[in-house]
Ligand binder design. Structure first.
Ligand code: BTN
Length: 317
């Protein structure tokens, strides 16, 4: 497999590795090595071949290729199985299909671009090639259906923590699932579920994160990691860090409960203690967002003192 060859080239201490060495160590014919080298070059890897010396890896493509994402990835389940697409309608659709086919927990679908990337409330998610991380993760949580909003909130906390660790900027979470940096959206989360009344078959956690996008492709005053920091970021490293953070928090949610994640969410929230207007379909609710309920709902105290709990909608600050 080409991924074994690339792993070998990456982990070899020598500058050049001979075809014979690769063939012997990976137990494949010289012809197979050469075939894999050609495939890797077609994927965008720069592999120099010097007679008598052998092969040298010059550069890796800036793509979310499975072998790149898996390389030294420190997760247990997330990203063990990766499906990568150059272009796809939406990673959500593909992940859902895989979920129906029995894909394992942590199966990841990533794409360089999406032609019909979608967001919450029927909105679209602009997904230009190579500028962001567009991913959908298949999850099979052993939680009741009513607990599913906690997964979205857990993901919002994870993205926020990862962006902070990477950039030093502290993002805020706009309920339920927008990640903002200084008021500009950098990431959004979409969760879709296959469930019966009392049982979740699987859940698809979709995340769009603007990484190297510039003003030309960012809409509605959105921002990106590049805009925040003034430098390009490796989307592979960003995705790896995100997977690690997501898996850590997901396990915490499953095994220790929501309390500490809820706490973290509240500290990172841009809506709590603020006057908000919440639009849910045709309904508009105005008041102060007083708390996050145990089940992930937003508690809004209206002018008459009544507190209502909302599980869906769009918050306008
Ligand atoms: C939102 O902010 O409304 C949620 C946006 C979610 C976008 C991601 S990109 C990867 C995955 N595929 C999609 O079509 N949508 C999600």
């Amino acid at each position: 497999m080409p991924s074994r060859v690339i792993h070998f080239l990456k982990t070899s201490n020598a500058d050049y590795v001979s075809g014979e060495d690769i063939s012997r160590r990976l137990n494949m014919s010289r012809a197979a090595v050469w075939k894999h080298i050609k495939q890797l070059r077609a994927q965008g890897y720069g592999i120099e071949a010097v007679p008598c010396l052998g092969y040298k890896l010059d550069h890796v493509p800036d793509k979310l290729l499975p072998q790149e994402v898996k390389f030294q990835l420190k997760t247990r389940d997330f990203g063990v199985h990766i499906f990568h697409y150059e272009s796809i309608d939406s990673t959500m659709n593909q992940a859902f299909k895989l979920g129906l086919q029995g894909a394992e927990e942590g199966t990841l679908v990533v794409a360089e671009s999406q032609t019909q990337g979608r967001g919450r409330q029927g909105r679209s998610w602009v997904s230009p090639s190579g500028e962001g991380v567009y991913m959908s993760l298949v999850l099979r949580p052993s939680l009741p259906v009513v607990d599913m909003p906690k997964i979205t909130l857990m993901a919002a906390v994870s993205i926020s923590q990862m962006v902070e660790a990477l950039t030093g900027h502290v993002p805020h979470i706009k309920w339920p699932n927008d990640i903002l940096v200084e008021g500009s959206k950098i990431s959004g989360i979409l969760t879709e579920m296959h469930a019966e009344m009392d049982r979740v078959h699987f859940l698809i956690l979709g995340i769009g994160l603007n990484v190297n996008s510039g003003p030309a492709t960012l809409i509605d005053s959105a921002t990106s990691l590049q805009m925040m920091t003034g430098q390009q970021h490796s989307r592979v490293l960003v995705l790896q860090r995100l997977l690690v953070q997501l898996e850590k928090n997901y396990h915490e949610l499953l095994h220790k409960g929501f309390a500490s994640l809820r706490n973290e969410w509240c500290q990172r929230s841009s809506v709590l203690k603020q006057k908000v207007r919440l639009k849910d379909g045709d309904r508009l609710i105005e008041g102060v967002a007083v708390d996050l309920a145990e089940d992930g709902g937003l508690l809004i105290q209206q002018r008459d003192g009544q507190v209502v709990k909302k599980m869906s909608g769009d918050v306008l600050l």
